[in-house]
Design a protein around this ligand. Structure first.
Ligand code: SF4
Length: 364
């Protein structure tokens, strides 16, 4: 185990920070740039592999810094090629990451926290509670591990990469680390995954939605709604008691007004059989969004059944009916078909630590 209290995780440093860290050790600035490229562009995860660095420097780095801190404990493979990684932090906490192959561009779903403090009743992660928020380095490293696993060490993704922050945790309760990871990953000399290739989903942390609205280079935003009324949303997503729908949708409206061409803003609506999927609820949802003059698309996501949660996915015919009601009222909507990929579906539908329903475990 790495004693991170003594070592600094270099994966969580921007290029400028890494240069300054290296300069403080008496090395020239170009070594810092070299190490940044080794970590973020070549995606090397140990100093030993950086054979273009002098041996003495590598040995010194090993004493004061870490090139990686996460270890992959298991890897699960779905029929359609989706891969889920169960990792452990240096202090032994679970982190889950999903790689989803897609026709046009592969997607990696990363976690922002180990566990989650929010108590959404349809989400298995909620049952873990919050273990801790992840550092910027731990967020970036999930992406590096998934890319290396999918394409080979340092190999360029053939079709580019989309990222979604819909894994475990509420990203907006770890906002600074999230935004730092976003900036590190955007570096053209590193991973070069720009913010508009990233979508972050929130359960509705209103102050951070407002904050994001003022940031020019930002990831796309998705809001997990799950209910058209406060009464039901209080029950399904208790965060609603703190920031009820009026306040949330007011902030969404302000955010929508700041959208620039090419930026995406969506609502996610997990569909729970007999709970939030009636015709009346579809009308309530459409009226709610129309009343707030919101134009964002609604992604309808059939719930991923997972014991011991008391919910079933809405039947396909129900989902279609819900969609047609939304569309008849001018709300654009899209149904995410349940496939292996829907293990990442809504905000935080990653299962808890030992959950691997329908997935094949692969040797690591
Ligand atoms: S749905 Fe997202 S915000 Fe809600 S408990 Fe799960 S991980 Fe947390």
């Amino acid at each position: 185990m790495i004693e991170m209290d003594k070592r600094i995780n270099l994966t969580g440093l921007s290029q400028a920070e890494l240069v300054s860290f290296i300069e403080q050790t008496g090395e020239p600035a170009y070594r810092g740039r070299q190490i940044f490229a080794a970590l973020q562009h070549r995606r090397l995860q140990s100093f030993a592999d950086m054979s273009d660095l002098p041996r003495a420097l590598r040995e010194r780095l090993n004493e004061t810094a870490a090139a990686s801190t996460l270890t992959v404990e298991s890897r699960y493979l779905s029929e359609d090629g989706t891969r889920r990684f169960l990792m452990k932090t240096y202090d032994n906490l679970p982190v889950e990451t999903v790689f989803i192959p897609e026709e046009r561009r592969d997607t990696i779903c990363f976690s922002s926290q180990s566990g989650c403090p929010l108590q959404c009743t349809f989400c298995l992660t909620a049952q873990l509670g919050l273990l801790r928020s992840l550092t910027p380095g731990e967020i970036v490293e999930q992406v590096i591990i998934a890319l290396n696993d999918a394409y080979g060490l340092g190999e360029k993704p053939p079709r580019g990469t989309n990222l979604v922050g819909m894994g475990a945790g509420e990203p907006f309760l770890n906002f600074d680390s999230l935004m730092k990871a976003v900036r590190i990953m955007a570096d053209p000399q590193g991973l070069f995954i720009v913010p508009h290739r990233i979508t972050v989903s929130t359960a509705g942390v209103v102050p951070r939605i407002r904050e994001l609205a003022a940031i020019p280079d930002r990831p796309n935003l998705a809001i997990s709604l799950a209910a058209p009324t406060d009464e039901l949303r209080d029950e399904l997503m208790p965060i609603n008691k703190k920031w009820p729908l009026e306040e949330l949708l007011g902030a969404c409206r302000e955010f929508e007004r700041t959208l620039k061409p090419g930026e995406r803003f969506t609502f996610e609506y997990v569909m729970l059989d007999g709970v939030n999927d009636s015709d009346e609820q579809a009308r309530q949802l459409a009226n709610l969004l129309n009343r707030h003059e919101l134009h964002a698309r609604v992604n309808l996501i059939p719930h991923n059944q997972a014991d011991p949660l008391p919910y079933q996915p809405s039947p396909a015919t129900r989902v279609e009916m819900f969609k047609s009601i939304l569309e008849s009222k001018g709300i654009r909507s899209f149904v995410r078909r349940p496939r292996g990929r829907d293990i990442f579906a809504a905000c935080g539908q990653l299962a808890a630590v030992t959950q691997n329903v329908g997935l094949r475990v692969v040797e690591v």
